[in-house]
Design a protein around this ligand. Structure first.
Ligand SMILES: NC(=O)c1ccc[n+]([C@@H]2O[C@H](COP(=O)([O-])OP(=O)(O)OC[C@H]3O[C@@H](n4cnc5c(N)ncnc54)[C@H](OP(=O)(O)O)[C@@H]3O)[C@@H](O)[C@H]2O)c1
Length: 327
């Protein structure tokens, strides 16, 4: 597996998004299957695991901690905070482009809670340090400088090694860089969700890595999703709504055709395309299926020529997916 740098942190070119391993995200899953999937990814060469305090209400970090316990030093543990609120933290709404069935997204990034978030995550992860720590969303009611300043204290104390930002604007990143070096920005980026050019430019200017979440469009770009079950969180996502999904599948047919011509899978094309956008990009696909994990990791070996990249960009410029995204 090739490696890439997020700031000074070296990680496998393709990471592992662990959100898929908790029940209630992509439907049902038991811990045995979840642990086997993550172990498989690590055996196959993945070194960065992405989790969050909010995934499964803490379940996800506990599961990750259990799986990495016997190889902690070989794994870069990336986690996020601000979702699993202490009882004395007021929820601060974070507006997104649509309404979730469970209500609105809410976070709390007040500095006084940051050490408590970290200590709780460390306990669930069964470790003494978090390698990459992100506020999950910038708190609209708290200056990003204050939240990042509190994480910087954890770096000084050795609880955290590197600081990341998730779901931020270029303004957030610029301000945070004034407080502490930022190793990575985690943002939704895929063939159906472009990155903001100014954010990409600022990351390049400051050597900030880019961790691409939902790099397969929550599975859509793999070309196999035709409907979503009642217990699948994608029920919330407008691009998967029955009225939109079929149209979106049709609109992405030219992209799937390119994958077929290259004799790679649509998922591999989606990941290889991201990896070719910039050497700082690290996609974090999630999967419960060992064959899919192998397929996704093999995307790091796919070489897309300039002519193919140009053709993909021309096709993508013609495609407007139906439905809002989170940000
Ligand atoms: N910072 C944030 O706010 C944020 C938000 C969302 C996600 N994330 C992070 O990003 C990670 C990945 O995002 P995601 O889970 O939303 O989306 P994703 O990785 O784009 O898609 C995951 C879905 O794709 C399917 N899949 C994976 N590989 C496949 C393949 N080769 N062929 C067919 N299907 C395949 C998986 O099903 P199988 O299990 O069947 O393979 C799963 O349903 C998360 O785990 C999380 O760590 C961060």
């Amino acid at each position: 597996m090739h490696s890439r740098n997020l700031g000074d942190l070296s990680v496998s070119a393709v990471g592992f998004g662990a959100m898929v391993l908790s029940p209630g995200v992509y439907g049902k899953i038991n811990d045995e299957r979840a642990a086997a999937a993550l172990s498989h990814a690590l055996d196959a060469g993945v070194t960065m695991v992405d989790t969050a305090d909010g995934y499964g209400g803490g379940h996800n970090e506990t599961l990750v901690g259990r799986v990495i316990a016997d190889r902690r030093d070989q794994v870069v543990v990336a986690t996020k905070f601000g979702f699993l609120l202490p009882t004395d933290a007021e929820p601060h709404p974070f507006p997104v482009g649509f309404t979730f069935t469970f209500g609105e997204l809410a976070v709390n990034g007040e500095p006084r809670f940051v050490r408590r978030y970290a200590e709780a995550s460390l306990q669930r992860l069964g470790t003494d340090r978090i390698d990459l720590y992100y506020p999950h969303f910038p708190d609209p009611q708290v200056p990003i400088e204050d939240t990042v300043g509190a994480v910087a204290e954890l770096v000084e104390d050795g609880l955290v090694r590197h600081i990341g930002l998730s779901n931020v604007t270029v303004d957030h990143l610029r301000r945070a860089l004034g407080i502490h070096p930022i190793a990575a920005v985690q943002i939704e980026w895929s063939m159906w969700k472009p990155i903001e050019p100014d954010l990409l430019a600022l990351c390049r200017e400051h050597g900030v890595g880019i961790v691409a979440w939902s790099p397969l469009g929550a599975g859509f770009l793999a070309g196999t999703v035709t409907d979503v079950a009642a217990d699948d969180f994608r029920q919330n996502l407008p691009r998967f709504a029955p009225d939109n999904l079929g149209t979106n599948v049709d609109r992405f047919e030219p992209i799937r055709r390119i994958a077929a011509e290259l004799t790679i899978t649509p998922a591999q094309l989606a990941l290889a395309w991201l990896l070719h956008q910039d050497p700082r990009v690290v996609p974090i696909p999630g999967s419960r299926t060992p064959a899919h994990i192998d397929e996704n990791l093999a995307a790091a070996d796919v070489d897309l020529g300039a002519d193919i990249l140009e053709r993909i960009d021309q096709e993508l410029a013609e495609i407007t997916p139906l439905g809002e995204t989170l940000l």
